[in-house]
Design a protein around this ligand. Structure first.
Ligand SMILES: CC(C)(COP(=O)(O)OP(=O)(O)OC[C@H]1O[C@@H](n2cnc3c(N)ncnc32)[C@H](O)[C@@H]1OP(=O)(O)O)[C@@H](O)C(=O)NCCC(=O)NCCS
Length: 183
């Protein structure tokens, strides 16, 4: 497996990996209808992020397999914190193709994007996800930093990983790139 920045020719493959990773395991609806199921919202979100102001091409990474095929993808997009709109990053979607899950691809992608974000001087990365998975990367409940989620119901699932440039004065409501508001 290799991790590298996404290029233009990876766009379709990242959409396919995201669709496969987030496809519903329950196929009941497929058996009742001959039409294709709609793409997962995460695939639509990825498409919309690409054309939004929040897209940061240097923070979109793919994992590739033995034949150079895309087997995983992660992206961070521009977010803001608090009333003074301090800069932050929102992580996601993170996707590993089901055929390649559980072999450290997600681990490598998250470490790569966190390292790049730190090197670019970013202050923090926020995400909505499982504390059991993301705790290993140093994510903690955002509320511990005085950073509140866009939806209060997210609770401890809304997490923040601080980076070297983080200052404790960065507090308040986290706002993702605009396409997140529609999912
Ligand atoms: C979550 C995901 C990105 C992890 O990638 P991966 O390559 O399978 O993960 P890794 O091999 O690096 O790590 C595997 C570990 O993650 C754990 N893990 C995977 N998904 C998890 C989840 N949703 N919650 C908690 N732990 C999870 C596994 O139990 C395993 O734990 P272990 O190391 O203690 O045995 C991948 O499973 C995936 O694409 N899932 C579907 C999409 C998704 O849920 N994306 C994340 C949304 S926040």
């Amino acid at each position: 497996m290799l991790i590298r920045r996404e290029t233009r020719s990876d766009i379709d493959a990242t959409r396919a990996v995201t669709s496969a990773a987030f496809a519903k395991s329950d196929t009941t609806s497929d058996t009742l209808s001959s039409s294709s199921p709609p793409p997962p919202i995460e695939a639509t979100l990825l498409d919309e992020l690409r054309t939004s102001d929040g897209w940061l091409p240097a923070l979109s990474f793919v994992a590739t397999g033995d034949r150079g095929e895309v087997i995983g993808h992660v992206v961070c997009t521009r977010g803001h914190v608090g009333s003074d709109l301090a800069l932050g990053l929102g992580l996601g979607p993170l996707s590993v193709h089901p055929a390649h899950q559980g072999r450290g691809v997600g681990l490598a992608l998250v470490h790569a994007v966190l390292g790049a974000a730190d090197a670019f001087g970013e202050s923090l990365v926020a995400l909505l996800g499982s504390p059991a998975y993301y705790g290993r990367f140093g994510f903690r409940p955002a509320v511990d930093y005085g950073i509140t989620p866009p939806d209060p119901a997210w609770g401890e699932y809304f997490q923040v990983r601080t980076l070297t440039a983080y200052q404790p004065t960065i507090k308040g409501l986290f706002r993702y790139a605009e396409p997140f508001d529609r999912v």
